[in-house]
Design a protein around this ligand. Sequence first.
Ligand code: CTP
Ligand code: MG
Length: 236
Amino acid sequence: PRTAAVIPAAGRGVRLGPGAPKALRALNGTPMLIHAVRAMAASRAVSLVVVVAPPDGAPEVKTLLADHALPERTDFLVVPGGATRQESVKLGLDALPPGIDIVLVHDAARPLVPVDTVDGVIEAVRDGAPAVVPALPVADTVKEVEPGPPGAPEPVLATPERARLRAVQTPQGFDRATLVRAHEAVVVGEGATDCAGLVERLGEPVVLVAGHEEAFKVTRPLDLVLAEAVLARRRA
Ligand code: CTP
Ligand code: MG
């Protein structure tokens, strides 16, 4: 089965603070997006990478891909993204050619995911799971609250048992037809924060496999410090 990776990279990166779109910011001199593209292309199973660029940034992203060394066995496509991650992923899916039967969806903001994690997800889809998500146990205890106005104390509603919670990462891997169906079934105003959440709504099974600490998402400024430290350690 042929596998493609869709990389949503169209976000602004509001939580990272002012500057270029998050995916285009440098980590140790190389744009985060290039690290993420290389992480997907590092898997020998991935024959195509579709980058979903900021809505007005597709030409810039095409230039970036042309200017960086990437594996020759992999094809690359760039499409403009949308206003939400979910829309951006949908635009990436729409660009997939026939003949692809497994789709990975990977955040550009997780530039350091190891290839073993990528291969583990692909293998689980090949073994028959329609939706596969890398995940880790959570370190912090998590509270459910009644959200209030910013800054106001928030009443706690419940404390789910931590041992039963997992923090999910990407790449999430899917049987292509299942993922397309999940996106087509979306009801306006009832999106999900990840693709697997859409598949769950179809009633299809979603399974978790081992994630990796280095697949963390670069979200806030401190995450940039951590990402650069991980890269420095890899080069050492
Ligand atoms: N993303 C996207 N299109 C959007 C919004 C997000 O392709 N309209 C992508 C981001 O580029 C990122 C991934 O979805 O690679 C995960 O989103 P997140 O980490 O939330 O990134 P941003 O939305 O850019 O950050 P923020 O929420 O802080 O603005
Ligand atoms: Mg976001």
